[in-house]
Design a binder for this molecule. Structure first.
Ligand SMILES: O[C@H]1[C@H](O)[C@@H](O)[C@H](O)[C@@H](O)[C@H]1O
Ligand SMILES: [Fe+2]
Ligand SMILES: [Fe+2]
Length: 305
């Protein structure tokens, strides 16, 4: 059975068809993963408009995120967190730390994050049994959320979670709660508010500064600790919250050929990241040995964080 992909949403039909095209022609999802119609709160996934107490929290987070994530802020954060001098630990130790984190930006999930990591990884493993790198990518993609913990500086949630977007060029209209960018100092900055901004045609996303958060941080950690994950794995880690790109198709003018290839895997990954969120618990002890073997294959025993 081929899975249903991409619910029709406010990003429009075009992005949907594009995902479908890739799915049918190249990487067919055949594992029978059933995409639920509603999240565990009974709403459709990624609905940022319904009114509830929870949504108010989510919107408030995006308001701050959009106002404070400037080009200068990102540069400073990358410098600071690129030092990797906060902790030394294994990947699994970090998974366990994540148990203390609940993501306030997520309208679909209020479970501790370790559940989400395992749900994502296990759903991928079922449908893509041979792509062990993709299972591990599922397990680790959100580990950067430890930035909210005191030993990592206790960053506010707006600097850690939520969808990401490039800084240094214009903020695309498809970004969730776009209206709050009007209060971002870069919004009116002539060097930063054109479609290329400080970048050039097909410069490659590697050269683009993304709003700072768990994605960019985990990418830095994986790269600097010399992971042997393939480039598609690193790409997924850095851009999995970049919905303006992988859902809405914005910012394509900044992609190089390798990005175009890797985007196919990211689109597949996203289905599992988004739609595996549920109240169904995974038996951690049962799956732990498998993931420990993958960690050993792709990472050193201890990493600098
Ligand atoms: O609220 C969520 C959450 O923070 C995820 O970890 C991130 O990847 C998503 O893009 C975002 O929408
Ligand atoms: Fe994430
Ligand atoms: Fe995730």
């Amino acid at each position: 059975m081929t899975i249903l992909i991409g619910q029709p949403d406010h990003f429009g039909v075009e992005a949907e068809q594009e995902t479908r095209g890739i799915n049918e022609k190249e990487l067919v999802l055949d594992g029978g993963f059933v995409v639920p119609q509603t999240n565990s709160f009974g709403h459709s996934f990624r609905d940022y408009d319904v009114t509830s107490e929870r949504q108010e929290k989510v919107e408030n987070l995006y308001r701050k995120n959009h106002i404070y994530q400037t080009y200068d802020f990102v540069k400073k954060m990358r410098q600071e967190y690129g030092k990797l001098n906060k902790a030394e630990m294994s990947i699994w130790e970090c998974c366990e730390l994540l148990n203390q984190v609940v993501d306030e930006s997520d309208p679909d999930l209020d479970e501790p994050q370790i559940e989400h990591l395992l749900q994502t990884a296990e759903a991928i493993r079922k449908d893509y049994p041979n792509e062990d790198w993709l299972h591990l990518t599922g397990l680790i993609h959100d580990l950067g959320k430890v930035l909210t913990l005191p030993q990592f500086g206790g960053l506010p949630q707006w600097a850690v979670v939520g969808d990401t977007f490039p800084v240094g060029c214009a903020f695309d209209k498809s970004i969730v709660h776009h209206k709050y960018f009007k209060e971002n100092p870069d919004y009116n900055h002539p060097a930063y508010n054109t479609s290329y901004g400080v970048y050039s045609d097909k410069c490659g996303l590697d050269n683009v500064m993304m709003s700072f958060g768990h994605d960019d941080y985990m990418y830095l950690v994986a790269k600097e600790n010399k992971t042997t994950l393939p480039s598609a794995g690193l790409f997924i880690i850095r851009y999995h919250s970049f919905y303006a790109l992988h859902r809405a198709g914005a910012y394509k003018h900044l992609m190089n050929d390798e990005d175009v290839e890797n985007l196919k895997w990211l689109k597949i990954f996203n289905k599992y990241d988004l739609y595996s969120k549920s109240k169904v618990r995974i038996d951690v002890d049962k799956v732990k040995p498998y993931y420990l073997s993958l960690i050993e294959k792709y990472f050193p025993a201890k990493l600098k964080w």
